[in-house]
Design a protein around this ligand. Structure first.
Ligand SMILES: C[S@@+](CC[C@H](N)C(=O)[O-])C[C@H]1O[C@@H](n2cnc3c(N)ncnc32)[C@H](O)[C@@H]1O
Ligand SMILES: Nc1nc2[nH]cc(C(=O)O)c2c(=O)[nH]1
Ligand code: SF4
Ligand SMILES: [Mg+2]
Length: 253
């Protein structure tokens, strides 16, 4: 079983805020898959979007040392499991599968999630959720899920409304399978309030929402709070929160 990897490292989960299902501030081992089918204008992992250009992957030798070793792609499942296990600091809340888009490599992702369960770890899936048919394959192995709702201003794909509906379908699948699931909406200064209302109406009664300003932040505080209020009025005041990419302020991975 082969995987196109980007990196494996140990850090704190820096996103998700305080809504139910969030792992913010929890220690995780991050497994970043190479390759994505979307192209968000603000993506902070752009160098990993084209998997064919990710010729090698890196794994931390020791957490927070900035020391890495490199291996050629594709990686074997055993190599990735070894890289994860050597980063097990004994205080790991869950393994985060991110990217790129982890669900695109659904067979190796599934095998890795199964292996991590066997080894006693919980699985945290970080995904755009745009491919519900692939989400179905791993939903039963997912303990926690953070699903992005791609705003129009992300310009992730041509038919962004159809993408949003597929993302919501993925949330439904994950919830039905018993995964603790929340939605994450990255907002920009150009995000439209009517779009925020639409996302909120789709998520109402389904999953909580975190509103995460795009980094670097240029959205005004009044606008951010307007999005928050409108979403909370639709979804309920306990079901909305803010999320910031705190790891970027701490200068950690
Ligand atoms: C790089 S993505 C990988 C997982 C998956 N492809 C997705 O988009 O959800 C991981 C998370 O980082 C967030 N992110 C990436 N670039 C960002 C930026 N410039 N500002 C805020 N959040 C960002 C994404 O929205 C997503 O929630
Ligand atoms: N510390 C930390 N937290 C994160 N939460 C989501 C991340 C991601 O890139 O998926 C991420 C990341 O790259 N680092
Ligand atoms: S879906 Fe995720 S990895 Fe893909 S371009 Fe958007 S933010 Fe980047
Ligand atoms: Mg990141």
């Amino acid at each position: 079983m082969k995987l196109i990897m980007a990196e494996v490292f140990n850090s704190w989960q820096g996103e998700g805020g305080s809504v139910e299902g969030s792992a913010f501030g929890r220690r995780q081992i991050f497994v970043r898959f190479a390759g994505c089918d979307l192209n968000c204008v603000w993506c902070d992992s752009k160098e990993f979007i084209d998997a064919s250009k990710v010729l090698r992957w890196r794994y931390e030798v020791e957490p927070f040392t900035g020391k890495f070793e490199y291996k050629p792609n594709p990686a074997s499942l055993g190599e990735v499991v070894d890289a994860i296990l050597r980063l097990d600091t004994g205080d790991i809340h869950s393994i985060s599968y991110t990217g790129g888009e982890p669900t695109l490599q659904v067979r190796p992702l599934k095998a890795l999630m199964e292996r991590m369960h066997e080894l006693g770890f919980s699985n945290f899936l970080e995904t755009h959720g745009g491919l519900p048919e692939l989400i179905k394959e791993v939903a039963h192995l997912t303990d926690y899920a953070s699903i992005d709702i791609k705003d129009e201003t992300a310009k992730a794909t041509e038919d962004w409304k159809a993408l949003v509906l597929r993302e919501v379908e993925s949330i439904r699948i994950l919830k039905e399978a018993g995964a603790e699931t929340y939605a994450k909406l990255v907002v920009t200064k150009d995000t439209k309030i009517e779009n925020v209302r639409w996302y909120a109406s789709l998520l109402k009664g389904l999953a909580p929402l975190v509103i995460q300003p795009r980094e670097p932040i240029d959205i005004s505080q009044p606008k951010l709070m307007e999005f928050y209020r409108e979403a909370a009025l639709i979804m309920g005041r306990k079901n909305v929160g803010l999320s910031f990419q705190v790891h970027k302020y701490l200068n950690v991975l």
